[in-house]
Design a protein around this ligand. Structure first.
Ligand SMILES: C[S@@+](CC[C@H](N)C(=O)[O-])C[C@H]1O[C@@H](n2cnc3c(N)ncnc32)[C@H](O)[C@@H]1O
Length: 422
């Protein structure tokens, strides 16, 4: 184990230079403090018409953020406020200090292991191939003494097949979606990987001490269920999470957070924030696309509220694929009406649509300045969730580490939790 508390030496290029902050428990404590301290920011969604939020006023950030030029906001949105350092002097002093703290808290050790690309590339995008290869090289050192690989949320089974081959171990993919299981089985001919249609949340007791439990982009409650299963089985563990908001209710911390449990129990709206990263421009959706999507959603809310004043923020997209918000506004409104069974929707030349779009654009031009500060904490929440999982496993006396598993270009959801056998 390295001096930074990492389970393996390969992950530690950055931690050698700053081992104190990279010790998982030290960072977990600092992250927990940070999340608890900014709960008002995390919970304070921006006002549709761009009024300064209470947290920005209370911290003395409102005036400085409102005064940022459009060019500065564009640059800060692209880089993320924490990384936007050139013009720090334009920020209120306490916000610049908060940004520096976020930078330090989220600068994880970077995995730079050598990883051969998957031999079987069928149905896997180049980005998925890179993720699989990098993840496999992270997991390899944990496999010693294991008799089986269990891949939770295995999807089409690219990681499962790769690990079966690379580790020469039988591997089983546990996947909820039967269609994905069928594709994974079809791709697994001549492989030691097999696939079962199971809900990991219900089946985690079937994990064994000689399993290597892995998950790549294990979404929502699945990630926490895998942590609990591996902990109960005392099995080594490697997982990259995603889509933290895909769960039934709030996320209660797994680790022992003492008196901060309430502040660290996160509702789905905050978990959704953790699924973003400012500097993922061009990876998930470019900045122009994200802006268009945001304005369309706010405008849709205005239109829907003209018919039902009780529509809450976020509810406008219920039942509508979020990608539709980037496309044509008239089609978006039509779809939102259709899922509600509301009859004919107003067309784009209807004054209600025209007015809603104009109001949404003007409101977002102001609100995006405050959102910069709120979104700055998105990565903090994601990295904190990973540390919460790691510390829960560490409480069994395991060596644990939290690292950046691959480049943001391969996926912005790149935080890996690694835990050796207790
Ligand atoms: C984001 S996909 C990742 C798939 C694959 N690991 C990959 O990296 O390509 C998450 C997968 O987890 C599956 N999943 C979600 N919840 C699950 C559960 N409770 N049990 C089993 N699979 C689940 C989903 O159906 C989906 O295929």
């Amino acid at each position: 184990m390295c001096s930074g508390g990492c389970a393996s030496a390969w992950a530690c290029r950055r931690s050698r230079s700053s081992s104190r902050v990279d010790a998982v428990d030290v960072r977990w404590r600092a992250l927990s403090r940070c999340v608890a301290d900014v709960r008002d920011v995390l919970d304070g969604r921006s006002d549709d018409d761009g009024a300064a939020p209470a947290w920005a006023l209370a911290r003395g950030w409102a005036r400085g953020l409102a005064a940022l030029s459009d060019e500065a906001v564009d640059a800060a949105e692209r880089a993320g406020l924490a990384a936007w350092r050139a013009d720090d002097e334009q920020l209120p002093g306490s916000l610049a200090k908060a940004a520096a703290s976020v930078r330090a808290l989220t600068a994880l050790p970077v995995h730079e292991g050598v990883h051969p690309a998957p031999r079987d590339r069928r149905r896997a995008s180049p980005r998925k191939q890179s993720q699989v290869a990098a993840f496999a090289s992270l997991a390899r050192p944990l496999a010693s003494g294991c008799a089986r690989v269990v891949d939770v949320g295995s999807g089409h089974g690219h990681l499962t097949r790769h690990l079966a081959d690379a580790l020469s171990l039988p591997a089983v993919g546990w996947e909820l979606d039967e269609d994905r299981v069928a594709v994974a089985r079809a791709l697994a001919v001549n492989s030691d990987a097999r696939f079962e249609s199971v809900d990991v949340c219900a089946a985690r007791q079937a994990m064994r001490g000689d399993d290597l439990v892995v998950g790549l982009h294990a979404c929502g409650a699945l990630g926490d269920a895998a942590v609990e299963g591996a902990r109960e089985a005392r099995a080594p563990f490697a997982l990259v999470g995603c889509c933290y908001q895909k769960r039934g209710g709030d996320r209660v911390p797994l680790s022992d957070c003492g008196g901060d449990v309430d502040a660290l129990t996160l509702p789905r709206a905050v978990l959704g924030l953790a699924n973003m990263r400012d500097d993922d421009d061009g990876v998930e959706e470019d900045l122009a696309g994200r802006t268009r999507s945001r304005v369309h959603r706010i405008a849709l809310r205005h239109v829907l509220r003209g018919f039902d004043a009780t529509i809450a923020a976020g509810e406008e997209m219920r039942g509508v694929n979020r990608r539709r918000a980037v496309g044509d506004f008239e089609a978006l409104v039509a779809r939102a009406f259709e899922v509600r069974g509301w009859g004919a929707a107003p067309r784009s030349d209807d004054p209600r649509c025209i007015e809603a779009l104009a109001r949404a654009k003007a409101g977002w031009a102001r609100a995006r300045r405050f959102e910069l500060a709120r979104r700055m904490y998105a990565r903090v929440v994601e990295v904190w969730i990973a540390h919460d999982r790691a510390m829960h496993l560490a409480s069994q006396g395991r060596a644990v580490s939290v690292v950046e598993a691959f480049a943001v270009e391969d996926s912005p959801r790149n935080v890996a939790v690694l835990a050796a056998r207790p």
